[in-house]
Write a protein that binds this ligand. Structure first.
Ligand code: IVH
Length: 679
């Protein structure tokens, strides 16, 4: 491999695989997203020049190809077994007694205890270290080929070993089994996003993960936050290498190869230790980041486990020690409706308080009005309620047999429960909205969002103060924050000189937030942090964005017809236009420096240093911006520096640059430089 470009290409692939692993498997990234994107962009450039170099293990091949017609069948190399259940420690001991009678060696065996993740079982084939096929469990003998979908799972290694695996060489062919699932935090975030966009929310992480992987369009899978943990080697083919002899070594080997492996597995020397460990997790199950329905206790010695054989599809060498169920029934007292920031009306259940796994539950989500109708959930019903991990409890459905006969079907409200204006429905969405922009419920939520950390980040302005401001009539829209006077604040309860001044300072400081944050802060339906950043990359300011058409907006990655329409609608409302005018008058009018089309090579070969506080950028953003245009950013000024980008209150770098005669740029001239150089 003498070609230096080829060498760079291989090096890049290895680097990207490694950083992907740091992020998605170890949860300990070493570089920023922008740096990662830059490596990917370079890889794509090389692949565009040399398509003949691209192999299936290239990081670019994850993206999700064309939709499939149907899933092909895959015969598993060995049966993909299930597990027998035990519901208490006595049943675990009874299992042990049974197998001890079959084989006396069980007496002195060790165990491995692992979480039993509630996801979708997957079977992954690697040939010469390359991921070549992935299947569902199916009936245990034959599964469905979901390879393109599994490629999109970032935690799944496309090539093993990832880096030097030391004492753990990879066999010629190996088939690994694991569980694909969605982390609870990712599930909640996904549902929040859907709710904001007025779309149907998902019922639970398990069904969402399974549904996402068993669907024909890999693009859709790619958009869902699926992750993976592996725990078994199903087949091992190699003339020279022997497979691991124990379950514990199996986990270590898989980990060394670069697979995600649970870090709460434990090797226990006795059955009682194994039971105690499993029970300790039963008590702390709310701390697990994923849904689990129990712990699996496995005989560590794999030869012994195999020799014990199975009963039906359940191997004798392992047992699932199930956690207590988290589904209970209680009475649905009432259905109430919450009004969200975007005006979305969300129904929720008020329940007779009931204990589920040590937590008293009085409220549960009902998802949306269609869900209530589909399940025919009626006020007064006895209902099943499920609480899993940290997922918000939800109503599964009514106990029809428990009906008395006087329960009436639920009728969704025709008027907003807070401002009593008529509610509206948009085509293609399941949600109902209160579209009254002056609705106090929305105003409070709007402000709450506007001032939040990911938006304008106004420190010290919590929900309490927001409510005070709205109630006192001091704030009628978000722009009113910028004309608050100290004497107004001093009239509010709990405000003294210092607190009022701090708040005014924080509001003042928020004026210089970059455009992306302001766009996010406006609370347009379907426009969150990511979309806002994308918009700020395409439009220099809100005036320009306000003029964008639906067609134009739909050209932007990640913006579909609904969001595009929502953006256009938002800017067309007179009330919002007044808010914009007020913001502009108050000097809250950031200009985007990222408006140039991304990834030009205008700055290639140039080295920049940044000093001082920039108007529209954080340091990281400025760096990413320069890098996106092919430039390099270093920390200190030297003779190799081509330009110094100077903001307010510059440091000693300015002096140094002057001494060396290095040209200075402000943000505008940086923009101009790019425009000129990109011709
Ligand atoms: S071991 C012989 N270990 O639970 C191997 N299964 O009811 C048998 N599962 O379909 C499976 N986490 O999808 C095993 N750490 C774990 C597991 C696990 C989740 C699932 C698996 C299986 C089901 C068995």
């Amino acid at each position: 491999m003498s070609d230096p470009l080829r060498q760079r290409y291989e090096e890049l692939k290895a680097q990207i695989h490694y950083h992907n692993y740091r992020y998605h498997v170890l949860d300990a990234p070493l570089i920023s997203d922008a740096e990662f994107d830059r490596l990917m962009a370079e890889l794509r450039r090389i692949e565009a020049e040399h398509p003949e170099w691209v192999t299936p293990d290239s990081p670019t091949q994850r993206a999700g190809g064309l939709p499939l017609e149907k899933f092909e069948k895959v015969r598993h190399p060995a049966p993909i077994l299930s597990l027998a259940n035990a519901f208490n420690a006595e049943e675990v001991r009874a299992w042990f007694e049974r197998i001890r009678k079959l084989d006396a060696r069980v007496e002195h065996t060790a165990f491995v205890v692992e979480p039993k993740i509630d996801g979708l079982s997957v079977v992954l084939h690697y040939q010469d270290g390359m991921f070549v096929q992935g299947a569902t469990r199916g009936d245990g003998e034959i599964g469905e080929d979901i390879t393109p979908n599994l490629r999109t799972v970032r935690a799944l290694p496309l090539r093993i070993p990832l880096s030097d695996a030391g004492d753990h060489p990879v066999p010629r062919r190996v088939v690994v089994r694991g569980e694909a699932f969605i982390l609870i935090k990712d599930f909640e975030a996904l549902n929040r996003k859907l709710e904001e966009a007025g779309e149907r929310t998902y019922l639970n992480p398990r069904n969402t993960a399974a549904g996402s992987l068993r669907q024909l369009d890999p693009q859709i899978t790619a958009s869902r936050p699926i992750t993976l943990l592996v725990y078994q080697i199903v087949a091992w083919e190699d003339e020279k290498l022997p497979p691991p002899a124990t379950q514990w070594e199996t986990l270590e080997t898989l980990r060394a190869w670069g697979f995600p492996v649970t870090d709460i597995a434990r090797r226990c020397q006795s059955l009682e230790e194994a039971i105690a460990y499993a029970e300790s997790w039963a008590r702390q199950r709310d701390r697990l980041p994923f849904e689990a329905d129990g712990m699996v206790i496995k005989i560590d010695d794999l030869r012994l486990a195999a020799e014990l054989g199975f009963v039906g599809k359940d191997p004798r060498g392992a047992i699932a020690f199930k956690f207590p169920a988290r589904e209970v029934t209680t009475t649905l007292r009432e259905i109430r409706v919450n009004v969200g920031r975007t005006g979305v009306l969300t129904p929720y259940a008020v329940l007779d308080p009931v204990e589920i796994g040590g937590v008293i539950v009085e409220r549960a989500t009902l998802h949306n009005f269609d869900y209530i109708a589909e399940k025919d959930i009626r006020p007064g019903d006895r209902v099943w309620v499920k609480r899993a991990g940290d997922v918000i409890p939800y109503v599964i459905g009514p106990v029809i047999e428990a009906r008395r006969g006087d329960e009436k079907p639920y009728v969704p409200p025709a008027y907003c429960p807070v401002c009593h204006q008529p509610v509206e429905h948009f085509e293609g969405e399941v949600a109902w909205y209160c579209v009254n922009a002056a609705c106090p419920a929305q105003l409070v939520r709007n402000l709450e969002h506007f001032v939040s950390r990911s938006a304008m980040d106004i420190a010290g302005l919590g929900i309490k103060i927001v409510e005070q401001l709205v109630e006192a009539g001091l704030v009628h829209d978000v722009a009113d924050l910028y004309t608050l006077r100290k004497e107004d604040l001093l009239r509010l309860e709990g405000f003294a000189e210092k607190k009022a001044q701090n708040l005014l300072n924080a509001i003042q400081a928020s004026k210089s937030r970059p455009l992306a944050r302001l766009i996010n802060a406006l609370g347009i339906r379907g426009v969150g942090e990511v979309t806002a950043a994308e918009l700020a990359r395409h439009y220099p300011d809100l005036d320009a964005l306000a003029k964008a058409s639906v067609e134009e907006l739909m050209q932007i990655e990640g913006i579909g017809p609904n969001t595009a329409q929502a953006i256009v609608d938002w800017f067309s409302r007179p009330r919002n236009q007044r808010v914009l005018e007020k913001l502009k008058a108050a000097g809250v009018w950031p200009r985007s420096e990222m408006a140039a089309p991304s990834a030009t090579a205008a700055l290639a070969g140039l080295t920049f240093v940044i000093t001082g506080t920039l108007k529209n950028f954080t340091r990281e953003e400025a760096k990413a911006f320069i890098e996106a245009h092919g430039g390099k950013v270093t920390d200190s000024v030297s003779r190799n520096t081509n330009y110094l980008v100077v903001g307010e209150n510059p440091g000693s770098k300015l002096q140094k640059a002057r001494q060396l005669g290095i040209p200075l740029l402000d943000e505008e001239s940086l923009q101009r430089l790019i425009r000129e150089r990109s011709g």
